[in-house]
Design a protein around this ligand. Structure first.
Ligand code: GDP
Ligand code: MG
Length: 701
C-alpha cells in the first residue's frame, strides 16, 4: 500500500464564509459578484429567503448567503435561520462571517454587527453602498471605524464591483482572531451576564464561544429557544433563575437594557466616525417628490399600471396571431396525416388545441414580466410599496405585506413564500390568506381569451381602449378584494396591532435591459414548462374524460354530453348557472381546479371534441367561444356580461392546486388551506352571480 498522495503538498484550505446583513444592504449583489453565480436581484426587502451557496471565484472558499436580518433576535423566520447558522445549530459552522452593512444607514446596521461580533467567529465588515452614503452627504472615517470595531473594514460599492478585490483577499487570508466585545452593560447587568456566561461555560451547557450570547438570551427571553434550553444542566437552569431574581427586573426590562446598551455604544462609534456634510439634491429626490406624494403617488402608480396593461394588450396581439396561425397549420397538418379515430382526436383535440390554447398567451406573459422587471430594476417598485403602505395601514397591515401581494401578481406561490419576512404571525397569516386574490399570470390567459372574444374594441375618453380597461379592472378587483378581506380577517380573526414599517427607497437607476430580459425569461419559461408538462398531462386526462365512454356512432356533441366529463359538468351546472354558465363551461372550471390556465385549453378541447371528425380543424378557442350558441334559444352562449361574470369568478376563486399545497406547507395545517379555498369560492360565486344578475336586471346582455 502506498500513502495517500497530496497533489499540492498541503491540503487546500476549504473554508465556509457566511454573508450576513440587514435586508436590502446589497448582500445578494455582493454574493453574486463574489461567486459569479447568476441570481435574481430585486429592489425590495425580502427576496432572499432560501439558502444560497456558491464558490468564491478561483478558490476553495464556500460562500453562504444568509437571509437578511435586522438582528439575531429571531423575530422572523428569516432572522431565525441567520441566527441558527451562526450559533452552529445548522452545521457546518462558518469559519468567518462577512457582515454587509449599508453605509448610508450605519447606525441601524451596526446593531446586527454588534450581535455577530459577540459570537466568537472572525468577522470582516463590508461597508457597502458607499456611493449612496456619499450622495447623502455622509462621510465615514473608515480607519476610525476599523479601530472602533477592532475588525477589518472594507468600503465597497457592490453593484459596481468596487472593493471586491480587497474582500476576496481578506476572505482567503489567514483567519483574524475573533473580535472582542466592545459594548458594555450597566454594572449590575454586566455582572449578572458574565457570571451566568461563565457558569454555562464551566458546567458544559455552552461552549466558550457562544456563552455570553446564550447568557443574554436566557436573561431576556422567557421561553428562549428549545435547543438552548435543552442543552442546559439543572445547575445552569438554577443559575439563570438566580441571576434573574438578583436583577429583580422583568424580562422585557432586561431586554431593553441590553438593546439600549448596544445602541449607546453604536451611537458613540457613529459620533466618532461619521460626518454629515451638505446633502446634495439628486434627480432621484426630485422624481420622488411626485412618485411618493400623497396623491401624486397614487396617480403615478395607477397611470403606470394602466399604461402597462394597455401596452400588453395591444403589443402582444401580433405575435399571438402568429402563434394562432402556426397552431392552425399544425392542426391541419395532423388532421390530414392521421387516420380518423382516438389517436387523431388525442393529437388534434387534446394536444394541439389544448396546449396551443395556452401557449398563445406567451407573448402577453413575456410583456407582463418585462414591464414588471423594468419597474423593479429602475427602483420604482419600492416606491409602489411605499405608496401602498398608506392603503395597507388602513386595513391593518403594512407595506411589508404589499411586497408579497405584489409578487402574487406573477404567481401566488413566491408571494406566499415572501411572507416569511413578516414578523407578526397574525399579519403573516392574513397576507397568506389574501395573496391568491391578486391576479396571477395564470389568470391572464383566461382574461385574455374572454376579453378578446367578447369585449368590443372601443375607445373610452378617447385614449383608453375598453379591453385594456376591463383587464385593469380585473387586476384592481383582485387588489380591492385582497385589501377588503385582509381588513375583515384583521378585524375578526387575527386581531392585533401592526408594528411600524420602515423602508428605504433605493435611488432610481436606468434599468439594465440584460438583467430584465434574463429575469423575464426565467419567470416566463416556467409558464412554458408548465404548458409542456403539467398542463399537457391534465389536458390528456381531461381529453380522455371527454371522449370516453364513447359511442362512435353518436353525434359528437351527444358523445361529449354522455362522457365522464359531460356527466360531471352536468352535475356542476346548477351551481354555476346563476352566473350564466352551462355544463360545458363547468367542464372547463372543473379542469382548472388543477391550474387556472387549463380552463382555456379545456374549452379548446371541449369545442374541438364536439365537432364532427370529418371537417375537423383546430380553430382558435376564442373563435369557437364566439360562435357557441345556446341550444334552446339559439342566442350566443357568451355575451360581454357573462364573460365579465366568468372573469370575476376567476379573479376571486382559488383555482390552483399548487397554491393550496403551498399554503398547507407554510401554515402547517390543512385547515387554513381548506378555509382559504372555501372562502374564496364563496366570494367568487357571490360576486360572479351578483354581477350577472345585476347586469341582467339593468338590461345588459
Ligand atoms: P439584499 O437584500 O441585501 O440581498 O440586497 P440586494 O443585493 O438585493 O440589493 C438591493 C439593491 O441595492 C439592488 O437594487 C442592488 O442593485 C443595489 N445595490 C447593491 N449594492 C449597492 C451599492 O453598493 N450601491 C448602490 N447604489 N446600490 C447597490
Ligand atoms: Mg438578498
Amino acid at each position: 500500500m502506498t500513502a495517500p498522495a497530496t497533489v499540492s503538498g498541503r491540503p487546500a484550505e476549504s473554508r465556509l464564509l457566511a454573508l450576513a446583513g440587514n435586508p436590502n444592504c446589497g448582500k445578494t449583489t455582493l454574493f453574486n459578484a463574489l461567486t459569479g453565480l447568476r441570481h435574481r436581484v430585486g429592489n425590495y426587502a425580502g427576496v432572499t429567503v432560501e439558502r444560497r451557496e456558491g464558490r468564491l471565484r478561483n478558490s476553495d472558499i464556500t460562500v453562504l448567503d444568509l437571509p437578511g436580518a435586522y438582528s439575531l433576535g429571531a423575530r422572523s423566520p428569516d432572522e431565525e435561520i441567520a441566527r441558527d447558522v451562526l450559533l452552529g445549530y445548522f452545521p457546518p459552522l462558518p469559519q468567518m462571517v462577512l457582515v454587509v452593512v449599508d453605509a448610508s444607514n450605519l447606525e441601524r446596521n451596526l446593531y446586527l454587527v454588534s450581535q455577530v461580533m459577540d459570537l466568537g467567529i472572525p468577522v470582516i465588515l463590508c461597508l457597502n453602498m458607499m456611493d449612496v452614503a456619499a450622495s447623502a452627504g455622509l462621510q465615514i472615517d473608515v480607519d476610525g471605524l476599523q479601530r472602533e470595531l477592532g475588525i477589518p473594514v472594507v468600503p465597497c460599492v457592490a453593484s459596481r464591483g468596487e472593493g471586491l478585490a480587497r474582500l476576496v483577499e481578506l476572505a482567503g487570508a489567514e483567519l483574524p482572531p475573533p473580535p472582542t466585545r466592545r459594548w458594555k452593560l450597566p454594572e449590575r447587568e454586566e455582572r449578572a451576564a458574565t457570571t451566568l456566561a461563565s457558569t454555562l461555560q464551566s458546567d458544559g451547557s455552552s461552549e466558550a464561544r457562544t456563552a455570553l450570547f446564550k447568557a443574554l438570551t436566557l436573561l431576556c427571553e422567557d421561553n428562549a429557544d428549545e435547543r438552548l434550553l435543552k442543552g442546559l444542566t439543572p445547575q445552569a437552569l438554577a443559575a439563570v433563575r438566580t441571576s434573574r431574581t438578583e436583577l429583580g427586573e422583568s424580562l422585557s426590562e432586561i431586554d431593553s437594557v441590553v438593546i439600549e446598551s448596544r445602541y449607546a455604544w453604536i451611537q458613540d462609534v457613529c459620533d466618532r466616525v461619521c460626518r454629515q456634510g451638505e446633502i446634495p439634491i439628486t434627480w432621484s429626490d426630485r422624481i420622488d417628490r411626485v412618485a411618493t406624494h400623497r396623491i401624486g403617488g397614487f396617480l403615478v402608480f395607477f397611470a403606470l399600471m394602466a399604461l402597462m396593461f394597455q401596452a400588453i394588450f395591444t403589443w402582444a396581439q401580433t405575435p399571438a396571431g402568429w402563434i394562432e396561425t402556426g397552431q392552425g397549420w399544425l392542426g391541419e397538418f395532423a388532421t390530414a396525416r392521421l387516420p380518423d379515430g382516438d389517436l387523431k382526436s388525442l393529437v388534434v383535440d387534446g394536444v394541439i388545441a389544448g396546449v396551443g390554447g395556452v401557449i398563445v398567451f406567451m407573448p402577453q406573459i413575456l410583456f407582463f414580466f418585462f414591464f414588471i422587471g423594468l419597474l423593479e430594476d429602475s427602483g420604482y417598485m419600492a416606491r409602489a410599496a411605499f405608496v401602498m403602505d398608506r392603503v395597507m395601514s388602513r386595513v391593518g397591515l403594512h407595506g411589508k405585506s404589499f411586497i408579497p401581494l405584489l409578487s402574487s401578481f406573477a404567481c401566488a406561490i413566491p408571494g406566499i413564500l415572501a411572507t416569511r419576512t413578516i414578523e407578526e404571525r397574525r399579519d403573516r397569516m392574513v397576507t397568506i390568506l389574501v395573496a391568491p386574490l391578486m391576479s396571477c399570470s395564470a389568470r391572464l390567459p383566461v382574461y385574455t381569451v374572454l376579453i378578446a372574444g367578447f369585449i368590443p374594441q372601443e375607445r373610452v375618453l378617447g385614449v383608453f381602449s375598453l379591453p385594456g380597461l376591463v383587464l385593469v379592472s380585473m387586476y384592481l378587483l383582485g387588489l380591492v378584494a385582497a385589501l377588503g378581506m385582509a381588513s375583515v380577517f384583521k378585524k375578526f380573526v387575527f386581531k392585533g396591532d401592526t408594528p411600524l414599517f420602515l423602508m428605504e427607497l433605493p435611488p432610481y437607476k436606468l434599468p439594465s435591459v440584460k438583467t430584465v430580459a434574463l429575469q423575464t425569461w426565467e419567470r416566463s419559461s416556467e409558464f412554458l414548462q408548465r404548458a409542456g408538462t403539467v398542463i399537457l398531462a391534465i389536458n390528456i386526462l381531461l381529453w380522455a374524460t371527454m371522449r370516453f365512454p364513447g359511442d362512435a356512432t353518436q353525434h359528437s356533441s351527444e358523445r361529449l354530453r354522455n362522457s365522464i366529463a359531460g356527466h360531471a359538468g352536468r352535475i356542476l351546472e346548477p351551481v354555476i348557472q346563476p352566473f350564466g354558465m352551462d355544463w360545458k363551461v363547468a367542464i372547463g372550471i372543473l379542469g382548472s381546479f388543477a391550474a387556472r390556465e387549463v380552463f382555456v385549453s379545456t374549452m379548446a378541447t371541449v369545442y374541438n371534441v364536439e365537432e364532427d371528425d370529418e371537417d375537423k380543424q383546430s380553430v382558435s378557442v376564442r373563435v369557437q367561444m364566439q360562435s357557441e350558441k345556446d341550444p334552446n334559444t339559439g342566442a350566443p352562449r357568451f355575451t360581454a356580461l357573462s364573460a365579465v361574470a366568468l372573469m370575476v369568478f376567476y379573479v376571486l376563486a382559488l383555482q390552483c392546486a399548487s397554491t393550496v399545497a403551498t399554503v398547507r406547507r407554510e401554515t402547517g395545517s390543512w385547515r387554513w388551506a381548506a378555509f382559504q379555498w372555501v372562502y374564496m369560492f364563496v366570494l367568487a360565486w357571490c360576486a360572479a352571480t351578483g354581477v350577472y344578475q345585476l347586469g341582467r336586471a339593468v338590461g345588459l346582455s
